[in-house]
Design a protein around this ligand. Structure first.
Ligand code: MGD
Ligand code: MGD
Ligand code: SF4
Ligand code: MO
Length: 698
């Protein structure tokens, strides 16, 4: 029999905004088309596993709807009417319009806007070099990480922690506020390994019965935003029943006695009333934690997307200190490894040209900003020109009614550099076609694991699609930005410089080795040499405004933050008029708004629905599949009801992000979410929305 020779696989890294940052292998056809993607077996975190949507990447990269040419709007804003133009024409027009915007209202009138559609450090962050070279308005990136990072760093003093691969060496894996099966599948790989090899138990804390919870031994479905109450009760029990590690706390924590005293009134009965759990559920969970040295808390983002999310994250992270779990292999609390890499991105971002006096506009408040809200504009000039890369604010940003109004402004000149005709691109004056990750070079650093990875250009881009770096470099040249050596570097030159400057050798090494494992040793990872604060002590009682997390100054009602871990009732607590709490959790087959253009993902997800508890549905006279309205002061969204026992009474969950046009009234789910800044350093509370529900029709 003839053995078919398989073509060698190419190596890359998944560029998407996902904590896993998988090391991937790419199978190409003899004609050089992408066939299928695989997880690299020899990367010890990826361990041969990637999610289904990225395995099917051929569908996204060879999609017939890829943008292929620059285009200029010919009809009204949002009409979808565009005519093809050349790159030269497009860049000339952008140059002229940005110059005009600057002449009329100063350089702050131009607002480069981006997020993490690609996590590549060159293609994602170069736009900041344009900003810095021209003195354009700054952007405060608040979509995602603010509450989670601030809450975690509040305790530990650094964004590091136990090696995430140690989940496989744990005896009790607590997956808290993350739907790992959908959002970061590799957590499950290691958790299931712990179960198979060590008989580990898995617990999941969420607000509905997710696919992750279905795989757990202990599933705790709590009321949204009540995680800190659960955490307090768990710590109360650890102190009460002799499981608290007092010797450890005496050495490693700030105020253990004060915490113990404070928690005396925060027992399981108190927490049961707040969380909706039974006292028994809380006792059982705490008992497992207390009796298992190797308890690994994998703390996600989901439970921090609330107005009290910082407090929830901090409270959950405190448990591993009270129980002393951080000392043990396979134990402790991990959220993100962002602090271990220390990659120097100053040349990519043009940091030498940065002016710290320039306003930093809150990206989540894009709706308020574009509709002229003076506070959101920080008292400065209006925004009249934008360059948007790697993000789709017409779908993903809160307060959509304002976002739509803003982007419809005739006096706003919008450039969107995109892979697809997203709902944001539809609002543009100029649309530019972008490459996908296998069509350009870039470097990636993981958040949920420990590698730096290289993703080389493997195939040619379709049509005239060009990388983000090209657009940035061309615009700086044409607009006459302040000079910097790196303005003309290629992506490979940037990556090489970054690696050299950060002590990782150069690109040649990374290309040869495919990834660099940056996990510090056991003692450092487990904070055995002390936590990240100067005195080495974990903070049960953080000085909130001094938490060493990325921030743009105090925001939101920070004065009201509790001093010690506590339940902090959120301002948008359900009321008589708006009695439900809406959680807008991620869909398994979409990644934010990415993949909602691929057939297979759309087919798997079906249509947008609101999951309701059967008793709530009955009270409202709503039957399975009925068309319903979710409504609050921000707007109204029409979608179908999915009734079951997987959510609690009072909670409604809608998985997304669906394109706005998939909703019956054309209003996407972010019509309902708010852009008020969460204390103490801002962020958007996507899972914390009060709504009323009414039936529209069968
Ligand atoms: N398939 C898929 N993967 C993704 C994404 C996606 O959209 N789809 N998004 C990517 C991005 S940008 C990010 S940041 C990560 C985020 O990944 P995660 O850390 O998983 O965070 P979320 O996706 O926001 O929400 C996770 C879970 O939090 C739950 N949750 C909401 N409110 C609460 C609460 O108050 N308490 C508790 N205990 N749980 C709560 C939600 O029900 C949801 O199941 O995932 C990435 N991966
Ligand atoms: N209701 C609700 N809203 C949410 C969330 C939620 O849980 N619920 N999650 C929030 C979170 S955590 C996040 S991170 C945001 C993310 O929201 P977005 O920032 O919009 O993220 P994506 O949808 O991943 O990517 C946006 C776009 O980037 C484009 N893109 C990818 N790579 C490149 C590239 O190399 N060049 C260019 N020019 N474009 C590229 C993709 O085609 C895609 O259209 O959404 C937030 N919005
Ligand atoms: S799990 Fe996350 S990092 Fe891995 S392939 Fe899927 S989207 Fe990419
Ligand atoms: Mo995110």
């Amino acid at each position: 029999m003839n053995k078919t020779v398989k073509p060698p696989r190419k190596f890359s890294a998944c560029p998407h905004d996902c904590p896993s940052t998988c090391a991937v292998e790419v199978e190409l056809s003899p004609e050089g088309r992408v066939k299928r993607l695989f997880g690299a077996k020899d990367n010890t975190y990826t361990a041969g596993v990637i999610c289904a949507k990225v395995a099917r990447y051929a569908e996204r990269i060879h999609h017939p709807d890829r943008l292929l040419h620059p285009m200029r709007r010919t009809g009204p804003k949002g009409s979808g009417q565009f005519a093809r133009i050349s790159w030269e024409e497009a860049l000339d027009e952008i140059t002229q319009r940005f110059k005009a915007a600057e002449a009329a209202n100063g350089s702050l009138a131009v607002w480069p806007y981006y997020y993490a559609g690609t996590m590549g450090l060159v293609q994602r962050d170069s736009i900041n070099r344009l900003r810095n070279a021209k003195g354009y308005s700054g952007m405060y990136g608040t979509f995602c990480t603010n509450m989670a990072w601030t809450g975690y760093i509040a305790g530990t003093g650094s964004l590091t922690g136990p090696d995430p691969r140690e989940i496989a060496l744990s005896d009790f894996v607590v997956i808290w506020g993350t739907n790992a099966v959908a959002t970061q599948v590799n957590v499950m790989t290691h958790a299931i390994k712990a179960r198979k090899t060590r008989g580990a138990k898995i617990a999941v804390v969420d607000v509905y019965r997710t696919e992750t919870m279905k795989q757990a031994d202990i599933g705790l479905v709590i009321k949204p935003g009540t995680d800190a109450a659960l955490a307090c009760a768990v710590m109360h029990i650890l102190f009460r029943d002799g499981y608290a590690d007092r010797a450890y706390m005496a050495r490693y924590a700030d105020v253990p006695e004060e915490l113990e005293d404070h928690l005396k009134t925060r027992g399981p009965e108190w927490a049961a009333a707040i969380t909706g759990l039974s006292v028994e559920e809380i006792e059982t969970f705490a008992h497992h934690i207390g009796t298992t040295q190797r308890t690994f808390f994998r703390l996600g983002y989901g439970f921090t997307r609330s107005r009290n999310g910082v407090v929830s994250m901090h409270a959950a992270s405190c448990i591993a200190v009270v129980g002393g779990h951080y000392q043990y292999e396979g134990g402790g609390a991990f959220h993100n490894n962002g602090g271990i890499f220390k990659l120097d991105t100053s040349m990519v971002q043009g940091e030498a040209l940065h002016d710290s006096q320039i306003r930093k506009l809150d990206m989540s408040q894009v709706g308020r900003i574009l509709t002229g809200d003076a506070e959101a504009l920080m008292g400065g000039p209006p925004v009249t020109a934008m360059l948007i890369q790697n993000t789709n604010p017409m779908s993903v940003a809160p307060e959509q009614e304002l976002v739509k109004k803003g982007f419809a402004r005739e006096d706003l000149f919008t450039v969107v550099h995109e892979q697809f005709m997203t709902e944001t691109a539809e609002m543009a004056d100029i649309v530019l076609p972008a490459t996908q990750f296998l069509e350009h070079d870039d470097i990636y650093k993981a958040g949920g694991q420990q590698s730096i990875l290289f993703g080389p250009k493997i195939i040619e881009a379709p049509g005239e699609a060009r990388e983000n770096l090209y657009v940035v470099n061309e615009l700086i040249a044409r607009l006459g930005g302040a000079p910097l050596d790196s303005h003309e570097w290629s992506a490979r030159e940037h990556v090489d410089w970054m690696l050299q400057a950060s002590g990782y050798g150069g690109l040649e090494r990374l290309e040869r080795e495919r990834w660099i494992d940056c996990q510090p040793g056991f003692e450092e990872s487990h904070y055995l040499n002390g936590f990240g604060y100067p005195d080495g002590r974990f903070r049960f009682k953080p000085d909130w405004l001094k938490v060493p997390a990325p921030n743009a100054g105090p925001m939101g009602p920070w004065q009201d933050l509790p001093a010690l871990p506590d339940y902090w009732e959120t301002p948008e607590h359900p009321s008589a008029e708006e009695p439900f709490r809406l959680v807008t959790a991620p869909a398994r087959s979409f990644l934010n708004s990415s993949f909602n253009e691929t057939e297979s993902s759309l087919k798997k997800e079906g249509k947008p629905v609101a999951m309701l508890h059967a008793d709530d549905a009955q009270q409202l006279g709503i039957a399975q599949g009925d068309l319903i309205a979710l409504q609050n002061t921000r707007g109204e969204v029409h979608l179908h009801a999915a009734i079951g026992e997987h959510v609690r009474q009072g909670t409604v969950v809608s998985e997304g992000l669906w394109p706005n046009k998939c909703f019956v009234n054309g209003n996407g789910i972010n019509t309902l979410t708010g852009a008020d800044q969460v204390a103490p350093f801002g962020g958007a509370a996507f899972h914390d929305t009060r709504v009323a529900i009414r039936k529209l029709s069968n």
